[in-house]
Ligand binder design. Structure first.
Ligand SMILES: [Zn+2]
Ligand SMILES: [Zn+2]
Length: 168
């Protein structure tokens, strides 16, 4: 049981890390899909949290979830229940972190527990929807600081590349 929980936790940490650094942050600098889909103003809970039938919305969700599924495939021989637990919590968190769009508020005790565990609350995730320079780490808050450094670095590279082409 403990092993399954540890494995589920590891799956979510690696999945969120890879998703944040390899997809989410680069999408904000180099891409357009995620910003169009996930930072569209005044969209409802269903749009953000439920895979809608729209292909672009689905594609953003699938690309973001891909790292979790790859880790799940690697971890499967180690512990099936651990993998299922991790994926179930990951899916639950997708729904839960968008409940701000429904006007919900996280009870104080749960927000405190999340703070202690380093888990992103809906209120924290909503900050990212409002301001794409902040509150990275879909599931874990400790990815926020390194993700913002990565964001700044990518922007710098993009700017330098433009300058280089203008000078050339
Ligand atoms: Zn979101
Ligand atoms: Zn984003």
């Amino acid at each position: 049981m403990l092993q399954a929980i540890a494995l589920a936790w590891l799956l979510l940490v690696i999945g969120d890390g890879v998703s944040t650094f390899c997809y989410h942050v680069p999408e904000h600098v180099l891409g357009r899909l995620h910003v169009q889909v996930h930072h569209a103003p005044r969209k409802n809970f269903r749009h953000y949290a439920v895979l809608s039938g729209k292909p672009v919305v689905m594609l953003d969700g699938i690309l973001g979830a891909l790292p979790y599924l790859l880790v799940a495939a690697v971890f499967w021989p180690l512990s099936g229940p651990g993998v299922l637990l991790g994926l179930a919590f990951g899916q639950f968190h997708v729904w839960w972190r968008h409940t701000t769009a429904l006007g919900w508020q996280t009870p104080r005790a749960i927000a405190k527990l999340c703070g202690w565990l380093g888990i992103t609350t809906p209120e924290q995730h909503w900050q990212h929807h409002c301001n794409s320079y902040t509150a990275y780490g879909d599931i874990f808050t400790f990815f926020d600081a390194p993700a913002r450094l990565w964001l700044r670095q990518l922007r710098r590279w993009r700017l330098n590349r433009r300058r280089y082409f203008f000078a050339g």
